[in-house]
Design a binder for this molecule. Sequence first.
Ligand code: DC
Length: 230
Amino acid sequence: MKRITIAIDGYSSCGKSTMAKDLAKEIGYVYVDSGAMYRAVTLFAMREGLIRDGKIDEEALRKRLGDINISFKFNPTTQRPDTYLNGELVEEEIRSLPISSNVSPVAALPFVRKAMVEQQKKLGREGGIVMDGRDIGTTVFPNAELKIFVTASDEVRAQRRFDELKAKGDSCDFGEILRNVRERDYIDTHREASPLRKAADAVELDNSEMSIAEQKEWLLSQVKMRTGSL
Ligand code: DC
């Protein structure tokens, strides 16, 4: 069977990662969460004191970029890849609210994007990959055989993030999460470097009212159309 490249883009918290991970597992492809890479850079910058009160020391971060090594390792228990920053498992920490609140400005920096996109292109050289993010179908893999653009309403997305954090035992406030979702949408769609937008040849999926099972069926039918089989 032909092993294609699948690019999944869309707004924050619309379930792209879960969808991409499950799809990759189902069809035996490699999954890469490109957002995790921007989150790991943000964690590094925060730990090193390169972000203070939301202000990024861009020059210092640019100089330290070479000290940031991001890798993924498949976790047999969760059946999903975990993110490592310089060899340290940071999967949990990069999903916390402080990182979510600081990641969009970091991801908007052109030198950060350039470095991450280079790594992402390398990871996808062989095909047989599902990558999710904001610019995968437009910048990272403009020739991907299947491009999906995912949307859902702001409230549905904030509720999903709220449930996720609550399940982990994090204390959180729905209003704050909704504000964070809207703020990230704004930064992601208005930044100069590779803003979030639907690629002309992407198929749109609004999953506000869809069950996981319906979504999975829809995704598999899209893959089947591109590969001729599963
Ligand atoms: O998908 P996520 O919420 O984990 O992404 C974290 C942030 O990184 C989000 O603000 C958008 C940004 N991002 C990006 O700019 N480009 C990508 N390919 C992936 C994520």
